[in-house]
Design a protein around this ligand. Structure first.
Ligand SMILES: Cc1cc2nc3c(=O)[nH]c(=O)nc-3n(C[C@H](O)[C@H](O)[C@H](O)COP(=O)(O)OP(=O)(O)OC[C@H]3O[C@@H](n4cnc5c(N)ncnc54)[C@H](O)[C@@H]3O)c2cc1C
Length: 427
């Protein structure tokens, strides 16, 4: 057997992963010595899109909502105005055979009378606490039994695919739509369902358009696609792939933190601090006819009788003709999503779409299944402390983990870009 000649290279900034986080970091050091290693043959990570026939699909809807005006301005500048749509979010909850505005807790007045009375009475009788033990404890404490058990608990259990007592109170951070009693009562008179993603921008050709713009600022030779990281030696400051060994000054990783820990040979840490997460099976569906409702952007479905927790309407968002949907189905981290399971889920989804009145005599023309794993990380009390401590230790070795999965948190594309910029400034 001949020995493979490994190439050795020295890089100042070695960046792992060509998703939004890795590409944003690279843009911040683009005039210096950098290199990105990406295992997939395509860049973008979860911001990849598929354009097939009449349909444009993402890894579940990837909409751009910016809290920072400078980033929003930049997004608008880099994309032609004809290529992007700007939407005021219109989302609904499908609850007990009717649509209710999102968030549920602020729209209980839209429920049937008896249901509304139950929610309202429990809201007055809730037991608020100074400190909550878990996310579920917080839901009961802040919203009472009925709101929690009619929507918040079943919906989040479907999404996170775990017992909600596992999750930290702040598991969803700024993304959780809190509302106090007076806001709930006021909403009955005058509707105000404002949230972090009240309005959003979206490229008509999918989220990948934005990734292409991030790539424009980079030298394509410095984005190594199809090059998977196999191991990392943090003392020797080397990264090994199938045929190369890289020596770095700074290592910037957007890889899921659990994978990164294994790559640095510290899997024993995961026994003490298991970093759990859910997986999301995304079904992208293209039909032959327009949607029945032309205005809704996406819906939330708390009922355990329906296999999916969220479904979105690309065609209503980009203004295209034929019904084009994404369906999100939550799974636990250990579950193996086989092709048989995917076929069964597709069948169930079509039945449920009929039952919900979303399709009638629509014919499925094309479809695609994608698995996001990890999708939503489980933020627990332990994971928060562990990740913070680990990141501190790694920074002493000039290693910085960035992004939603690198820092094991709940965040948006914008947050990933901001983090990447901050780390580059800090270094
Ligand atoms: C269901 C769902 C819906 C979402 N919707 C929105 C939304 O509407 N708006 C929004 O702002 N955000 C949304 N997000 C969040 C958004 O997807 C993330 O914040 C963002 O895409 C994360 O980018 P990243 O670059 O940090 O990670 P990733 O996109 O995961 O990129 C990491 C990269 O590392 C690569 N990699 C992994 N292992 C290796 C290895 N060993 N060697 C080399 N490369 C490797 C991967 O292939 C990948 O390309 C959503 C997330 C989910 C789960």
């Amino acid at each position: 057997m001949g020995k493979i000649n490994r190439c050795e290279r020295k890089i100042k900034y070695l960046i792992l992963g060509a998703g939004v986080s890795g590409l944003s970091f690279a843009n911040n050091v683009r005039n210096q010595d950098y290199l990105i290693l990406e295992k997939n043959s395509e860049p973008g990570g979860y911001c990849r899109s598929t354009v097939r026939g009449d349909y444009v699909w993402d890894y579940a809807g990837h909409f751009f909502h910016f809290s920072r005006p400078d980033l929003k301005k930049r997004f608008r500048e880099v994309l032609q105005s004809d290529d992007i749509v700007y939407r005021q979010k219109n989302t609904k909850i499908f609850y007990n055979g009717q649509y209710v505005d999102y968030p549920f807790q602020k729209n209980i007045h839209q429920l049937e009378k008896q249901e509304m009375i139950e929610c309202l009475c429990d809201l007055f009788e809730k037991h608020e606490k100074e400190n909550y033990d878990s996310f579920l404890d917080m839901l009961y404490g802040k919203f009472g039994v009925s709101i929690t058990e009619k929507f918040l608990k079943p919906y989040n259990e479907k999404l996170y695919a775990c017992n909600l007592n596992l999750l930290d109170v702040e598991a969803m951070g700024r993304f959780f739509p809190y509302a106090n009693l007076s806001e709930i009562i006021q909403n009955m008179r005058k509707s105000n369902n404002d949230s972090y993603n009240n309005d959003f921008l979206y490229p008509k050709e999918g989220a990948a358009v934005f990734v292409r713009h991030l790539l424009n600022g980079l030298n394509p030779d410095l984005v190594h696609l199809g090059e998977e990281v196999r191991s990392i030696d943090i003392d020797q400051k080397t990264v090994v792939t199938e045929s190369n060994t890289y020596h770095y000054d700074y290592l910037i990783s957007s890889l899921p933190l659990n994978c990164f820990i294994r790559l640095i040979g510290k899997e024993n840490l995961l026994e003490e601090h298991p970093l759990s997460f859910n997986q999301v099976l995304v079904l992208n569906l293209g039909f032959d006819k327009p949607s029945i409702d032309r205005d809704i952007h996406w819906i939330y479905i708390p009922s355990p009788d329906t296999n999916f927790y969220r479904a979105g309407f690309y065609n209503n968002i980009i203004g295209s003709e034929k019904l084009s949907m994404y369906i999100e189905i939550g799974y636990g981290m250990e579950e193996i999503i086989t092709s048989e399971i995917i076929e069964q889920q597709l069948e169930q989804t079509l039945d449920n779409l009929h039952r919900l009145g979303i399709i009638q005599d629509h014919k499925l023309v094309d479809w695609q299944a994608l698995v996001m794993s990890p999708a939503y990380v489980h933020i627990t009390k332990d994971s928060n402390q562990f990740v913070k401590q680990l990141m501190n230790e790694l920074s002493e070795h000039q290693i910085y983990t960035i992004g939603r999965y690198g820092q094991w948190k709940y965040c948006s594309i914008e947050d990933c870009m901001v983090d990447a910029a901050e780390v580059s400034k800090r270094i």
